[in-house]
Design a protein around this ligand. Structure first.
Ligand SMILES: [Zn+2]
Length: 365
């Protein structure tokens, strides 16, 4: 950022714990978003969890379905089903007035009662819901509703596009007013190989992180006060991680969305604060606990960049840190500039390095 002498939030934030671990560990660059794939958490977190997105990724909706605990047959296609507002053919609101969970769930129940049959509606959280359909419905293309706000609500195209458009039209009479559903982001039901760990857990509020955790065989831990926003309780995540280890877990994945949220808000101060909170409110206490209990390892890595100036995701390689309390590394500095000249590693190999075994193949049910 020019207004900060060309520095990034990662170097502006004071992160004494991570800096110390970096000095004693290995710092490198990783390509969590493979070339040609969209820079999103569905791709980036899949890579961080050790599965090559080029091999396994089939869209965002099936990941969210796993996160909701839906167990659907492999031949079903899952769609994101937003509750939206379309006025005079214009996408007025991609969140359909941002209904509270109860109102949204009632809308999904009404849709299932009136339009369910060949397709089925599944309640998610608020305006974000899912619909499952026969495999043939996958042959369609629709625009993401948040990308056409204030613009013409282009109906879906492709072979199954007319079925989608008809269903979206019929939903208007069920939901009333200018409210309707918007179907997009589809993919076939997804299976991923289990991570080769004995007792893995995942702590995170965001649906896509929880879904990928389920798909990888991790137990999802609910954390009171974890919101997926800048107001999240870092202490609650830290304490849940510590209790997971105390309970016998050999792998705990902690996802924090606050830095990404601050990036989308274009809020540099909030992003720096989120990084500092990572360090002081989450990592400091966790490292203290781990140092007392025995040898341990850490992988710290962003799933993708979120440029504060453009307020959008980037696919540029990200810096990562590997730390092993028993094996000192060459040491490095955790900063974009420090790793810019390195050849980035594919993101999915980092988990293999952390666990010391291949994480990208089938190892049994
Ligand atoms: Zn984001």
């Amino acid at each position: 950022m020019p207004e900060h002498d060309g520095r990034t939030p990662l170097t502006l934030g004071k992160m004494p714990v991570l800096s110390r671990l970096a000095r004693q560990g290995i710092v490198g660059a990783a390509r969590t978003i493979p070339a040609g794939m969209a820079a999103g958490s569905d791709v980036g977190i899949m890579a961080i969890l050790g599965a090559d997105p080029r091999k396994y990724h089939r869209g965002r909706a099936p990941i969210e379905a796993a996160g909701l605990g839906l167990d659907l047959p492999g031949d079903r296609t899952i769609f994101r089903c937003n509750l939206v507002t379309v006025k005079d053919g214009i996408m007025a609101d991609f969140k359909g007035g941002d209904p509270d969970p109860e109102r949204a769930a009632a809308a999904i129940t009404a849709l299932q009662r009136n339009l369910g049959g060949e397709v089925a509606f599944h309640a998610g959280l608020g305006y974000r819901n899912l619909m499952s359909a026969p495999a043939a419905w996958a042959d369609s293309m629709s625009v993401a509703p948040h990308e056409i706000v204030g613009r013409q609500a282009v109906p879906p195209s492709g072979k199954a596009g007319t079925w989608l458009a008809q269903l979206m039209e019929e939903s208007r009479s069920v939901l009333g007013g200018d409210n309707q559903i918007w179907l997009w982001g589809q993919g076939q039901v997804m299976r991923l190989p289990r991570l080769p760990c004995r007792d893995g857990r995942l702590i995170g509020a965001v649906a896509v992180a929880r879904g990928l955790g389920v798909l990888r065989g991790l137990a999802i831990m609910s954390v009171p006060g974890a919101t997926g926003t800048c107001a999240t309780s870092y202490e609650a995540k830290r304490d849940t991680a510590i209790s997971a280890f105390a309970d016998g877990a050999d792998l705990v994945v902690v996802h924090v969305a606050a830095t990404d949220e601050a990036g989308h808000d274009g809020d540099v101060d909030a992003k720096i604060a989120a990084l500092e909170h990572w360090d002081s409110r989450l990592l400091a206490g966790l490292v203290e606990y781990l140092d007392e209990t025995g040898p341990w390892r850490l992988l710290w890595v962003p799933d993708h960049g979120t440029a504060t100036r453009r307020r959008a995701h980037t696919a540029t390689p990200v810096p990562y840190l590997h730390y092993d309390s028993a094996v000192p590394g060459p040491g490095g500095v955790l900063a974009e500039e420090a790793v810019a000249s390195l050849t980035p590693e594919p993101g999915h190999v980092l988990m293999s390095q952390l666990l010391d075994r291949n994480t990208d193949g089938w190892t049994g049910p």
